[in-house]
Design a binder for this molecule. Structure first.
Ligand code: ISE
Length: 335
């Protein structure tokens, strides 16, 4: 069975999802693309032989030839497009964030809960990254003992178009929030954000240190630095009672030149997480085709990530710790 997929958005991520679907995912066919920018949508359509290229995303969702939808349009459009997919009864993989406010995320959670089965997956692709998957397995094996501290580093070469200090958390920090919840199988209870004097190469509070106290005990500490200049760099080390487990620096090559030895850092996240994106899309297609449960982040996870990020905004503004308050979790998302 082939799942016919429509991709909404032909920007950086939409075009990349389209490419991965068209070239590297078994059992999927890219049948439609939508973007208000004719140049971008026509380029994706031409590159991958897609006949249906629409300016309007709702036309794509309504296209009877489209079985499932990827939403990779601007963040503020995610909520309405995901709701439209739910109304059309089509499985949807929505890029992060699920919506830009906790209330909007809850609208999606409520709509999905009323349907009574999971239709929405949120594009937190790190859950499929082989490195993070191995870290989670190491923790589950039990040899390391209980998790104590999760150190994370999230550096971008240069900011990609967002211009507020909150944007660091909403755009980049949100991945760390999600991976910490997933890895530790725990919920954030309290957030603290501290910042040094900002880099002189930016006008916002960059870098930032985000600290999450998890309900079950561990502390998560995240450096976010989105104008780090030298390249894209994501690191993580989980400190446990009897040892630690870290991500390996990811590079296919080691460069030795001019008296130095080093690994290469790409310009953005697409190379670093190429495997994660491919495995994520394959798992999504397999779940839809097999009628099985979706295995990626749920609408509830999308809500939690946005709610925790919003709590971090408060902590950033006030310089004080802020408590995370989540709504009760519906039974649909138990386990
Ligand atoms: C970007 O929007 C992403 O989602 C990337 O995965 C993340 O690493 C980057 O910091 C964000 O700007």
């Amino acid at each position: 069975m082939t799942i016919k997929v429509g991709v909404i958005g032909a920007g950086i991520m939409g075009a990349d999802h389209a490419r991965i679907l068209a070239t590297s995912v078994a059992g999927a066919e890219l049948v439609a693309i939508s973007d208000p920018d004719a140049g971008r949508r026509n380029a994706v359509a031409a590159n991958f032989g897609v006949k249906a290229a629409y300016p309007d995303p709702l036309t794509l969702i309504g296209d009877g030839n489209v079985d499932a939808v990827i939403v990779a349009s601007p963040d503020e459009t995610h909520m309405l497009l995901t709701l439209a997919c739910l109304d059309a009864g089509k499985p949807v993989l929505c890029e992060k964030p699920l919506a830009t406010s906790p209330g909007d995320c809850l609208d999606i959670v409520r709509r999905e809960t009323a349907i009574g089965r999971r239709v929405v997956q949120v594009g937190f692709m790190r859950r499929f990254d082989p490195g993070y998957v191995a870290m989670k397995r190491a923790l589950a094996d039990g040899e390391l003992g209980a998790a104590l501290i999760f150190h994370c580093v999230h550096r971008n070469k240069q900011s990609t178009g967002y211009s507020t200090s909150e944007g660091l958390i909403a755009n980049s920090g949100v991945h760390e929030i999600d991976i910490a919840r997933w890895l530790l199988d725990d919920e954030a209870a309290r957030a603290i954000v501290v910042t040094p004097k900002p880099s002189r190469l930016t006008t916002i509070r960059d870098p930032q240190i985000l600290i999450l106290q998890m309900a079950g005990g561990p502390v998560v500490e995240v450096e976010i630095f989105i104008n780090a200049q030298y390249g894209y760099d994501v690191r993580a080390e989980l400190v446990c009672e009897k040892g630690t487990v870290s991500l390996q620096p990811r590079s296919d090559t080691v460069l030795r030149h001019g008296g130095r030895e080093g690994v290469l850092h790409g310009d953005d996240w697409r190379g670093r997480f190429a495997d994660a994106y491919r495995i994520e899309l394959q798992a999504w297609i397999d779940a839809i085709a097999g009628g099985g449960a979706l295995v990626g982040a749920s609408a509830w996870d999308g809500y939690a990530a946005t709610a925790i990020a919003t709590t971090c905004f408060d902590a950033l503004r006030t310089g004080e710790p802020a408590d995370v308050r989540l709504e009760p979790k519906p039974a649909l998302y138990a386990a």
